[in-house]
Design a protein around this ligand. Structure first.
Ligand code: ADP
Ligand code: MG
Length: 698
């Protein structure tokens, strides 16, 4: 179909200026792109209401009837026009605050009109302000089609006369093109198998639904298509990798692993840790490249598992590295691992942005000679100057800060790609994991080390501060340490920093017998590390900080986590922060402090956290409450999270079906060459070149 690729500037009602806006604001360039800009809501104009049916919180409605009389109320600027409108039985007030003269000239009493607007409830009665009024015979054709579509627009588009109504008009212009039939982007056998609407009908009905049922069918079809192609893309690449990249062979479990296991293991592994280690070993001994996601709640002991996996690599003559998102974390891993390896005869170094040039030199040399077994560090690790002799296993901690792009950079560190173990700090809901990490196999540590007492979480309002201070005092007397975390976001950075500093002073004043540390992102790295170190070594008892301490920091003696302005944090973030305590043998506490006035959703967040410690449950709730776009890490993920129509919070079932089907197809026809699948191959290719972000993951 030629029209599909027609530049939209040639469409009626578009022109070069608007075409430019559409391209810039929505990435819409061709007719094909345009029809894939779906409405975000509809208003049903196929149904006429009676006034007695009106209730509160109703969307737009339309009613047929007559105006009984007009009344001008008030004078001057406060003047408004009121009309009493009757459907033959009941009446409602129509109100205008502007354009009064125009209304009085245009509309007459005693004539049948169709009014359209949103009823609101005021002074015990309903009214409709500024209704649209039409003669029944003059209702525009769109409205006759039933549901009126509403399109997302941007501020820039609106000021360029491209509001929802304008887009609707343009869509109406291409309706004949759709009606003449477009070639489908899914093979006929797929449509049949899943009883999906064909593309022509789906596109017509997504813009101008005949009725609710047709709209639903159209939605199902377009959602399925969207989810299916994302999965097909991820899975095809995974398959390609599996077939074309041989994995490094690490069959042996030898000296290093065994010595550590027998002599140095500080505690019995949990059942889950053992199981995951077996899964990893099976992978690295399979001859295929491992790409595994290790999910485990905070404090479940992922670091130890990662370390032991690296020992397997070393046993087989390879090097390993651990990459962490922050210097604090890299430091901490380095210290933990140094403790683990003690007399093992394994060499380990730390490389971060603040590593001195001389030490850097030394590390580079030792890496290339193979003398250095383990390198711990930050992003600095993926720089091209860092070359290993024989990199066998890459561990990425707290994955959500690394995108797919960085991951693939690591694959290229060796001629034969190293095995990759990705560890997430926050459990990820299944649907999200399938999309974000659909290319990874998944291991789950679903068991905490024994003897952990579940953290007790409380939601306090500001007025409890005195009592809280008493509690903090007692905990410090008992030898425990306390975190106090303040929010800090870019938009309100100045104010936030001030809050942290004031908080620091407040706690110093309240607890003159204790020492207080402060850490925030604006401090120099050396100072941050120093303060952190003071807290880790127990020299300070209270740590006032921003979320820089969010991930991974491990101070088992800390038993209280106080979160200031908890209403400003997301669920997963709160859960992460809470996970900084409860790491030792003592009972730990998390106190969520908020103001009195809370939105319903915020109240719900507090309620969920005080109720459960289960990270998976919390992640799921987070997805439901906020939707996938806002979840941490999704922006950097490199996957098109701006899904056009599917919703990962709601369409989990369909995602699963689409994924399984993609697997089925690829098993049968990995390169999508069978005649039936030609459409799939060409559509996938098109998406890869057209959709922003998709290119990255190919
Ligand atoms: P996370 O999964 O959040 O990264 P860590 O690896 O930091 O958790 O482990 C949390 C704490 O639990 C650490 O102090 C670690 O030494 C300890 N730990 C890990 N595994 C076990 C175990 N099997 N038994 C007891 N403690 C453990
Ligand atoms: Mg960790």
């Amino acid at each position: 179909m030629q029209l599909a690729h027609l530049d939209i500037k040639f469409l009626p009602g578009v022109g070069p200026k608007k075409a430019d806006l559409l391209a810039k604001e929505l990435n819409v360039r061709s007719v094909d792109d345009l029809v894939r800009h779906y409405p975000y809501k509809y208003i049903d104009r196929s149904r006429f209401y009676y006034l007695h049916e009106i209730s509160e919180n109703m969307p737009f409605i339309q009613v047929k009837g007559q105006i009984l009389r007009f009344d001008k109320i008030g004078t001057g600027r406060g003047q408004r026009l009121s009309a009493i409108f009757s459907d033959g039985k009941d009446t409602i007030e129509l109100i205008w605050f502007q354009g009064i003269k125009f209304v009085l000239e245009k509309y007459k009493t005693g004539i049948t009109y169709v009014i359209f607007g949103k009823p609101s409830f005021f002074n015990g009665k309903f009214n409709i302000a500024h209704p649209e009024i039409d003669l029944p015979a003059q209702l525009p054709p769109v409205e006759k089609l039933g549901m009126q579509p509403f399109y997302n627009t941007t501020e820039k588009m609106k000021s360029g006369f491209l509001n929802s109504k304008a887009i609707q008009k343009i869509m109406l212009g291409v309706l004949p093109y759709l009606q003449s039939g477009v070639s489908d982007t899914l093979p006929a056998y797929v449509l049949k198998k899943y009883a999906l609407m064909n593309l022509t009908d789906a596109l017509i009905n997504i813009h101008f639904p005949k009725n609710a049922h047709a709209l639903n069918k159209a939605r199902q079809r377009l959602k399925f298509e969207e989810l299916f192609y994302i999965q097909l893309n991820i899975l095809q690449q995974t398959k390609w990798r599996e077939q074309n990249l041989r994995g490094l062979m690490m069959k042996k479990v030898g000296h290093f692993f065994n010595t550590f296991y027998r002599n140095y293991l500080p505690f019995e592994l949990t059942g889950a840790q053992k199981r995951v280690l077996k899964e990893i070993h099976t992978d690295v001994a399979s001859g295929k490249q491992m790409n595994r996601l290790l999910q485990g709640d905070v404090g479940s002991g992922k670091t130890l598992v990662a370390f032991m996996a690296i020992l397997i690599a070393i046993d087989n003559g390879y090097q390993g590295c651990i990459m962490a998102p922050t210097e604090i974390l890299a430091n901490q891993h380095f210290n933990t691992l140094k403790e683990f390896i003690r007399d093992l005869g394994v060499n380990i170094s730390l490389l971060t942005g603040s590593t001195r040039p001389k030490e850097r030199e030394r590390i580079h040399t030792a890496l290339q000679s193979g003398e250095l077994h383990i390198l711990v560090g930050t992003h600095a690790l993926i720089e091209d100057v860092v070359q290993f002799k024989n990199l066998g296993l890459v561990v990425i901690d707290e994955q959500h800060r690394f995108g797919v792009e960085q991951r693939s950079k690591l694959w290229k560190k060796n001629t034969q790609p190293p095995h990759v173990l990705v560890m997430t700090a926050t459990p990820i809901p299944r649907t999200l994991a399938m999309t974000l990490y659909g290319d990874l196999s998944v291991s789950v540590i679903d068991e905490l080390p024994p003897g952990r007492k579940p953290i007790q979480t409380y939601h306090y309002y500001e007025n409890k501060r005195q009592a809280l201070n008493g509690f903090i005092y007692k905990q410090i007397q008992a030898g425990r340490q306390v975190y106090v975390v303040y929010p800090l976001i870019e938009e309100s950075e100045k104010m936030d920093l001030q809050n942290v500093t004031e908080g620091f002073e407040y706690f110093r004043d309240c607890f003159p017998d204790s020492k207080v540390s402060m850490v925030h992102g604006k401090l120099k790295t050396a100072e941050k590390d120093h303060q952190m170190q003071l807290f880790v070594s127990g020299k300070t008892q209270i740590m006032v900080a921003t979320t820089v301490i969010e991930v991974g920091v491990n101070v088992p003696n800390a038993s209280v986590m106080i979160i200031e302005n908890a209403e400003r944090f997301g669920l997963s973030q709160l859960h992460q922060l809470r996970g900084r305590v409860g790491r030792g043998a003592e009972q730990s506490y998390c106190i969520l402090l908020t103001g009195f006035k809370l939105a319903t959703e915020t109240r719900k967040r507090m309620e969920i956290l005080t109720r459960t410690n289960d990270g998976f449950e919390i992640a799921e709730a987070d997805l439901q409450l906020r939707g996938p776009g806002d979840l941490e890490g999704t922006q950097q993920s490199g996957i098109p999270f701006e899904l056009k129509i599917a919703n990962l919070a709601q369409d989990g079932k369909m995602l699963e079906i689409a994924r399984n089907f993609a697997i089925e197809i690829l098993n049968d026809d990995p390169t999508l060459e069978k005649p039936d699948n030609v459409i799939l191959a060409s559509q996938l290719k098109k998406l890869k070149t057209n959709v922003i972000n998709w290119g990255i993951i190919s």
